[in-house]
Every structure is written in structure tokens, then in C-alpha cells.
Design a protein around this ligand. Structure first.
Ligand code: G6P
Length: 367
């Protein structure tokens, strides 16, 4: 079946806007709303016996894995190791007996990830795969197949596959936590409720499209852009920078907000836009104080937050984007939208080929 752009200018734009629908679709296979429980596909091994998780992926899928590390450790207290597939294979990783190796991939065909999967299989790890193409090589070789239901993704820069990966990984983390007795039924029900709020919150974030399109004119002339975040939103800073690089060709860097003072702060001047991801929650104050360090050096800040009194926090910023109020658990899903839209509109201002950026391939099947 030919996939059409419909009323959208680009596939990437269409895929960004599909996220509320496809995340809801994906979640419907992983949560039981009536019972308020997470539910995984048939598993024929004892998940509570898993003592270590090794996550391996590339590109945007790798950043989904980074978010998952925070969740698995926080909720299930299971130690997580994560690596780029291309690094993992050649560093002689130590794989303990009883470990789960988790591979994340939109295509299920990325050569480095597939080779890492085969290596882990040969080493006796249990293989779980979060994948968007159910007929792919990775899907076929998995012990536990966790499909995302994002539908075909055409834009080379991944968007909807990423948020669907996060939805699956959050459900998996909750499932782990429940099986390991780390959360009780009431806590599991609470997590399920937050997850089910994600589609509406994604919709809320998409309402800022026009505002972000206007902001893109401020970003387009920049030579460098810095993205800052903390905790599970630090990988979102990395993903925001990756999206901007991929499609607008502007150099961008994602950094852990608290680590900025150890280097990147030297880059800050009036010409460097700094995108700050600061969802309300335990890390908000810390992130804002890092933001103030940027402001004191003349940096042009775009503050993305759902905090009360955003105007006050955003005083002196070039712009603020007010996100829907979300629980910190689902913030990484929801904050994906503004960074995707900012990259998308900046690329449109620059007139680059959004769906087919230079030098990039949708699926990299060479090592
Ligand atoms: C390529 C694509 C990226 C993608 C990465 C990993 O670089 O351009 O958008 O994130 O491969 O692909 P995968 O299919 O394994 O998720």
C-alpha cells in the first residue's frame, strides 16, 4: 500500500502529528486499563529472575534506551548497562548468566545492532527486542518480541517510532518492577494511569506547533545550538540535538544540565541558543539554576517546561514553551514533541530536504 502524506508537507511532519494515535495504539497492547495492570506479550521465562539488563541500540533508538535505563533502575532496581551497538561489539562486554539483552530498533535491520544481538545470543543471554517492523530480522531472532505499533516510518529522522519505543519501555519497566515485588498493585495502577494520559499530553504538546514554527526563525541563523536536560530528560536533550543536526545541519550538542559547567559553558555567548528541557518534578530547581548560569553569560534560552509560574522562571529567556502538566514518568515522551517540531521547522526555514537529509539512510545495514 502506498503511504501518502495527506495534508502534510513532509512525512516527518505527518509522523510527528501521528504520535498521540500511535502511542495509544502501542499502549493498548501493553496495558490493561480496566485491571490497571501492565501486560506483556507471552513470556516463557521468569522475568523476576533477571538480574541485569544490557541495552544495545543505535541513533534515536539508543536514546530511548538511555531513558529506559533511568526507569528500569528507578522502578525495578535492576542494574542496566547501555551501549551503542558499534561500541558494544568490540569492547568485550561482560555478560553475566541470567541477564537480559534488550535491543531497540525501528527497522529491526541495523547491522551493528543485529550483530550485537547475535553475539549476546551466542553468549547465552535472553534476547528481548523492541522493534517497529514485526517481520524484521531482529523480530525473528528474539526470545521476547515487544513490538511498537507506530506504523511505517518514512522520514529518515525517527520521531513516532521513538515515542512508541518509550511507551513500551515504560510498560516493561513497570512490569519488571511488579514482578520483582518492587511496586505494589496500587503503584502499578498509578503508573498505568500516567501512561494512559500520554496520548492526550502529546496532543497538548502538538498545540504549540505555530509558536514553535515562529521560534524556528530565531534558531535557523545559529551556528551552534545547545540542549540541556537532567535525569530521564537528559537523553531528550541528546535526541533534540540529534534531530536538529540530522535535518537542519546546524551543529548541536545535548548535555546533562549539571555537567555543562565542566566544558560547554565556555561556548555560551549571545549567538548560541540554548534549549532547556525542564519538566516540573524533583530536578526542576536544579535545571533552572543551570539555566541561570547560561543566562548570566548572555546565552539565548528557550525554556520548555510545565512548571507553575513559568513566566517567572522564564524571565530573561528568548522564549518559553509551556508544556501540558505531566507526571515526570511520561515527561520524556511529551518533551519529544517540542524538540522534534523545533528541528522540523528550523529545517523548513533553512529549506533542507527534511524527509531525505543528506548523507543519512533510514536503515543502516552496513557495519
Ligand atoms: C539511522 C536512522 C536513525 C535511526 C538509526 C537506528 O541512523 O537515520 O533515524 O535512529 O538508524 O535505526 P533503527 O532502525 O535501528 O532504530
Amino acid at each position: 500500500v502506498a503511504i501518502e502524506k495527506g495534508n502534510y508537507r513532509h512525512f516527518m511532519q505527518k509522523e510527528i502529528f501521528e504520535q498521540p494515535t500511535v502511542v495509544a495504539q502501542t499502549l493498548s497492547s501493553y496495558v490493561r486499563p480496566l485491571e490497571q495492570k501492565v501486560a506483556l506479550p507471552q513470556i516463557d521465562f521468569d522475568i523476576s529472575a533477571i538480574n541485569r539488563v544490557t541495552i544495545v541500540a543505535c541513533g534515536t533508538s539508543y536514546y530511548a534506551g538511555m531513558v529506559a535505563k533511568y526507569w528500569f533502575e528507578q522502578f525495578a532496581r535492576v542494574p542496566v548497562d547501555i551501549d551503542f551497538a558499534s561500541e558494544f561489539r568490540y569492547r568485550e562486554p561482560v555478560l553475566e548468566k541470567g541477564g537480559l539483552a534488550l535491543f531497540i530498533s525501528q527497522s529491526g535491520e541495523t547491522a551493528d545492532t543485529l550483530a550485537a544481538l547475535r553475539h549476546c545470543k551466542a553468549e547465552g543471554q535472553t534476547i528481548a527486542v523492541v522493534v517497529n517492523v514485526p517481520t524484521s530480522s531482529m523480530a525473528r531472532e528474539a526470545d521476547l518480541l515487544l513490538p511498537t505499533h507506530a506504523g511505517p516510518e518514512i522520514g529518515v529522522a525517527s520521531t513516532k517510532a521513538f515515542t512508541c519505543q518509550l511507551a513500551v519501555l515504560a510498560a516493561l519497566a513497570a512490569h519488571f518492577a511488579a514482578r520483582k515485588g518492587r511496586i505494589d498493585a496500587a503503584e502499578e495502577a498509578e503508573i498505568v494511569r500516567y501512561l494512559l494520559e500520554a496520548p492526550a499530553c502529546l496532543n497538548g504538546a502538538l498545540q504549540h506547533d505555530d509558536e514553535i514554527a515562529a521560534m524556528a526563525h530565531l534558531i535557523a541563523p545559529a551556528r551552534d545550538v545547545l540542549y540541556l536536560g537532567r535525569g530521564p530528560d537528559f537523553p531528550l536533550a541528546l535526541e533534540g540535538a540529534l534531530k536538529l543536526k540530522e535535518i537542519s545541519y546546524i551543529h548541536a550538542e545535548g548535555y546533562a544540565a549539571g555537567e555543562m559547567k565542566h566544558g560547554p559553558i565556555a561556548l555560551i555567548d549571545e549567538a548560541v541558543p540554548v534549549i532547556v528541557l525542564a519538566p516540573s518534578g524533583p530536578l526542576f530547581e536544579k535545571t533552572v539554576s543551570n539555566m541561570q548560569e547560561v543566562r548570566a553569560r548572555g546565552g539565548q534560552i528557550v525554556l520548555i517546561s510545565d512548571a507553575q509560574g513559568l513566566e517567572e522562571a522564564g524571565e530573561g529567556c528568548m522564549a518559553t514553551i509551556e508544556m501540558p502538566k505531566v507526571h515526570p514518568l511520561i515527561a520524556p515522551l511529551v518533551y519529544a514533541v517540542p524538540v522534534q517540531l523545533l528541528a522540523y521547522h528550523t529545517a523548513c526555514v533553512k529549506g533542507t530536504d527534511v524527509d531525505q537529509p543528506r548523507n543519512l539512510a533510514k536503515s543502516v545495514t552496513v557495519e
